[in-house]
Design a binder for this molecule. Sequence first.
Ligand SMILES: *Cc1c(COP(=O)(O)O)cnc(C)c1O
Length: 369
Amino acid sequence: MSLQNQTIPFLDLKRVNAAHDAGIRAAIARVLDSGWYILGEEVASFEHEFAEFCGVKHCIGVADGLDALHLVLRAYGIGTGDEVIVPSNTFIATWLAVSQAGAKPVPVEPDIATHNLDPACIEAAITPATRAIMPVHLYGQPADMAPIMEIAQRHGLKVIEDAAQAHGARYLGRRTGGLGDAAGFSFYPGKNLGALGDGGAITTNDDALAARLRMLRNYGSSIKYHHELAGVNSRLDELQAAVLRVKLPELDAENASRRRLAAAYMAALQDAPLQLPKQIEGAESAWHLMVLRTDRREHLQAALSEAGIGHMVHYPIACHRQQAFAQQSWPNLPIAERLQSELLSLPIAPYMTVEDVNRVASVVKAALR
Ligand SMILES: *Cc1c(COP(=O)(O)O)cnc(C)c1O
């Protein structure tokens, strides 16, 4: 491979974290030396800082993003016999959070241009068993929350944001995590705010929900060895919280860098024969992923691989087509199926340069010419 052809990986986590190297090492040493590793000062401080960042009253750290979503449903008493509306195009954790709670995920199709839940399709899916809507801010772009909240209020439903891909994104000037009744975040290493392992959090303004979640995540207990609820063990640990506290103050700057790269992609590819992601009015994406749509995906994938450029598909199999959900019957979901065969994600990461983007874009354009 020539120098000019040097590789642009899809995502290099070592490089992401190298930008915080000294701070992360100091944080790890601080936790090690503290002798306190579960539910201590680091988690309490991170919860405070992340709640403030999202503009909400409460943040509850948990083990991962799936637990965050699942525990919110449990805390609301949503379970067997209940239905929760989910997007047909999402990472499977959204659906699994619902099925794990014992409830039924009811898929609603996305807007093909934004890839996000189409508010116009929601009401047809509401039944007397519906308890909640779980919009996903997919690929970092906020779902169209104003009409979703309006529908939920009219039908007495909870709105639980799946914000696992959208730390720091804004909708009408407000952060994701504070747009619905509660939100679930993931700090999986590859997310915009990523730990060095698994981690997750719930954000909410609901005092009673927050109190219940604090018990649920810790064996259903608020006083040691007194168990009011049949809870679980799902705690963000001190080490991950300490690392996240180092990275959180830089998140806005890193997201700004992602926005610059996304704008460069949009400009470079505006005339290319492919579909760029549509941004809705008033939304500021966190650009977790740069996802485009093409009916010549395999050809494009081959060209990118040939040029040493990383790429991925988010996601190659729609949730209702997964073996895990195959035993249930689902409505026709033609948009989800079209997306699974046409979406392609290009590299985007805070350390990348506009030159990197232009190199990727030129390979894309040459391949589709
Ligand atoms: C990553 C992700 C989750 C789950 O997060 P984990 O921490 O991996 O459990 C949930 N929903 C979406 C949309 C995600 O991308």
